[in-house]
Design a protein around this ligand. Structure first.
Ligand code: SF4
Length: 482
């Protein structure tokens, strides 16, 4: 079969298609699907964020992976192919949480992980016996999960560092699952509460096969199982001794402080930065979200230890919790400056389908009516906050983002990173380029970590772009909940 795998973009508040000049990371889910699709099937991969979809292409099957903010665009793509009689299969976290909704736009819906479902989908599609739903049978055995195959990707559409033929980072994963089940997060429901690990030798082989210098381990918590993390870091350190060392970025929880040796081991293995879901500097918010293992009192020590080891802490912070007040923005900004963090991500609290928070807000009538799934991107307000109007929260959030990414603070943050770098010149150049791009993205009302750089709007149907230019929407000029 000719198979087209699509990573959909999303729509703006007026239903127009959002596109980017460069994407941030190649979508790992499609690289895994590619690896799960054996010859003689022919696979093509399209990242709708930055590439055009050929709706007239000669394809037998279209596979679309969606998270909630991509759902509307994904459904439009599916509808257009199905109109031509092409079979469409939709999967991903959103489709797994709302399979009946996805089924209205798809020939079949995959619920759960692809490793245990996609091979059967291929057989059934080829023999004309596609079933409406494919429910994963338990959780995938990661030792049998194939390494990501990026051979069908156009890597030139991703942001890269100067003189590199690879994107800034190539995504890989080593573990799945999370035992904590925080109320705003769907990871535990989608990937299970049991922490599963991929054999370290397999991870190393995947890295060597990809051959890039920088990676993003997209694991939700790379160090959840300390023994596994030690083994992984030792193997990566071994690669370094052989002259095949890599640099990597990943995500950990604050519990890494319970095993501080992991910080030094990660640094020796090539870790340059760690994304940490601190979520809030207000204990009551953490408690309300069931993330009680985060202790605000530990944050400074954690950041300081990471910085001492040469790892840049990258806290991820959410605004809009019920205990947040307008003062929270200023307090958070001061905290980030005081702790000398080189970068941070900010999000608006979003009750994503598949989470306890969504069910609770739906039950309590707090979800704003008339919201599109595209607005569930963590950059928009889709519920009634406790201590703000939706508009007020939205405006304050983006004002905070602009302040954090102001030229003055960007220069200050570059200084923090350069001060702890082993290669100050390279760090200064790369961070200056990134800082500039992040600043432009934020000014355009866009979160660069979500999608990419250089946003513009297309016609919403995947045709040629009608408008190009960076600043097509600004946070101050529209309100998505109207
Ligand atoms: S927020 Fe992090 S710790 Fe909490 S459930 Fe999600 S992945 Fe696990």
């Amino acid at each position: 079969m000719n198979i087209l795998l699509v990573y959909p973009s999303r729509l703006d508040s007026c239903g127009r298609l959002v596109k980017y000049r460069q994407a941030f990371l190649p979508p790992l889910a499609l690289a895994i699907l590619t690896a799960l699709t054996p010859p003689p099937h022919a696979v093509r991969v399209v990242n709708d964020l930055v590439e055009e979809i050929d709706f007239a292409a000669d394809v037998d099957l279209v596979g679309i992976s969606i998270m909630t903010s991509q759902a509307e665009r994904g459904y439009r793509i599916a509808d257009r192919f199905r109109k031509r009689g092409v079979k469409v299969v939709i999967g991903g976290i959103h489709a797994s949480c709302r399979p009946e909704e996805a089924r209205r736009h798809a020939s079949a819906v995959v619920i759960g992980e692809a490793e245990t479902t996609w091979p059967k989908v291929l057989v059934d599609a080829e023999t004309g016996r596609l079933q409406p739903y494919y429910q994963a049978d338990g959780w995938a055995d990661l030792s049998r999960s194939p390494g990501p195959d990026f051979s069908k990707f156009r890597l030139d559409v991703y942001a890269s560092t100067p003189f590199s033929r690879f994107p800034i980072m190539m995504p890989v994963f080593t573990t799945r699952g999370c035992p904590y089940g925080c109320r705003f997060c769907s990871v535990t429901r989608f990937f299970g509460s049991r922490y599963r690990t991929k054999p370290v030798a397999q991870v190393v082989a995947e890295i060597l096969s990809i051959g890039a210098p920088e990676y993003f381990f997209v694991d939700d918590n790379l160090t959840c199982q300390p023994e596994y993390a030690r083994e992984l870091f030792a193997a990566l350190e071994g690669l370094k001794r052989e002259g095949k060392g890599i640099r990597f970025f990943s995500q950990v929880s604050t519990r890494i402080l319970l095993h501080t040796d992991l910080i030094d081991r990660a640094a020796r293995a090539g870790c340059s930065g760690l994304f940490i879901g601190i979520e809030s500097i207000e204990e009551r918010n953490l408690s309300a979200m069931g993330k009680t293992f985060n202790r605000v009192v530990d944050y400074e020590e954690l950041f300081s230890r990471l910085q001492g080891a040469g790892i840049s802490p990258h806290p991820s912070i959410i605004f809009g919790f019920d205990s947040d007040t307008p003062a929270q923005f200023g307090r958070t900004f001061d905290f980030l400056v005081r702790t000398r963090v080189g970068g941070a991500s900010f999000w608006l609290l979003t009750p994503l389908p598949g989470t306890d928070l969504f069910e609770e807000m739906e039950r309590d009538g707090r979800l704003l009516e008339g919201q599109r799934w595209s607005s569930y991107d963590m950059d928009h307000v889709v519920f009634r906050p406790r201590n703000f109007t939706p508009d007020d929260l939205y405006q304050r959030f983006w004002a905070h983002c602009r302040r954090f990414h102001s030229w003055k603070n960007t220069l200050r943050r570059i200084g923090f990173k350069v001060a702890m770098s082993r290669n100050p010149l390279k760090t200064a150049v790369n961070q200056a380029i990134l800082g500039y791009r992040f600043r432009l993205a934020i000014l355009a009302g866009d979160n660069p970590f979500s999608c990419g750089f250089g946003r513009y709007l297309a016609d919403g149907e995947g045709g040629q772009s009608k408008s190009a230019g960076l600043l097509t929407e600004t946070p101050g000029r529209f309100r998505t909940w109207v």
